[in-house]
Design a binder for this molecule. Sequence first.
Ligand SMILES: Cc1ncc(C[n+]2csc(CCOP(=O)(O)OP(=O)(O)O)c2C)c(N)n1
Length: 410
Amino acid sequence: MVPTSGKNLDVPAPRHRPGDEPEFDDLDIPNAGTVARPDVLTSPKEMFGYANTLIRVLNMKNDAVGEWNPKLSPDEMRKGLTDMLTTRIYDDRMQNMQRVGKMSFYMKSRGEEAVAVAQAMALDKKDMLFPSYRQQGLLISRGRDLLDMMNHCLSNSRDNCKGRQLPIMYTWAEGNFFSISGNLGTQFCQAVGWAVASAYKGEDAIAATWIGEGTTAEADFHHGMTFAVVYNAPAILNVVNNQWAISSFQGFAGGEKATFASRGVGYGMPGLRVDGNDFLAVYAVTKWAAERARNGGGPTMIELFTYRAAGHSTSDDPSKYRPDDEYEVWPLGDPIERLKNHLIAIGEWSEDRHAEAIEQITAMVTKKYKEAESYGTLNSGERPEVSSMFEDVFKEQPDHLRRQRQELGV
Ligand SMILES: Cc1ncc(C[n+]2csc(CCOP(=O)(O)OP(=O)(O)O)c2C)c(N)n1
């Protein structure tokens, strides 16, 4: 119906507010294994349906089922599990350290660990990553030393960003991990540009980028999508739909009107919607999109349907806008628990091994943290040299900066 007056104004409202008893009974969740896996070069026109379903592999009995089952080896799944655990334990430690004033800010990825870890594993090391601030699992899966990550977060004398970036805005050129930007959405266009350049040079590497569903309301999302299809860029455009931006829910970015994956369809690329808490499904869908891009099929948009279990950042208090226990009733469960239970079900893991892994990772994180602290924290110890603020920006230092540096005597 065409609205005729203000009475049809629709101001979206989240399903629960603090004090409500959360439930997701009417969420449309297809059974695992029910969605077919198309050929990687299928025309986007034949793939409309994939934007309105949910690709799932792990069922509620902990079996891996259906055509999307990537059939990973037990060793590969154990790597996925331990990388997710490492991400969670690292996050907890860093959040605690922020709370006691050792660093200024932190953002956790609790509940979303499968997104970054499974996607990193499904990509090649040569592929370039353009993440948002909530994919620290990419670094962990690609083997970045936690000590370097901590040094950055503490803005200490060994911070490779030399204290110039907000903690968690990592950069790691050696690992093909593009510097994170605080301006939401810029990475979408940068990834597409990088992918076009890779194709232009005849190279095999592709680009992958991540934004939250809230950020799809930013213009950069649309610019990136447009140029990705126009130039058939070898890129994977991920939208992590974790239900919440900061205090606004996904409806404010249009998620109640159409799925985020269906934005891909509108632009002329496949839009795949996947259970973001299902490690195996996330891996399989990413592999599909990477193979498509590498074989000249162009970009794919992936909506990772998940839930942000933690606060938006250390500056946020989610109890002000949603029930505290909403995550506990999230129908797609917890990504770590689900992969763990699958590995146990096939006889390749146990509760004891799991407890032992947690103990070992916690000890490793503590040891690394102690070392990082010895290089300084926000409020004590060594800092980057003051003179470093004049370095790395200009090839030749302009006069006014030279004068300022002289005044400071550094
Ligand atoms: C251009 C821009 N606008 C607003 C902000 C402030 N801001 C930072 S994070 C955020 C919420 C983003 O939500 P979403 O994209 O869903 O990602 P999530 O944090 O849920 O992973 C906002 C509004 C910003 N950093 N940049």
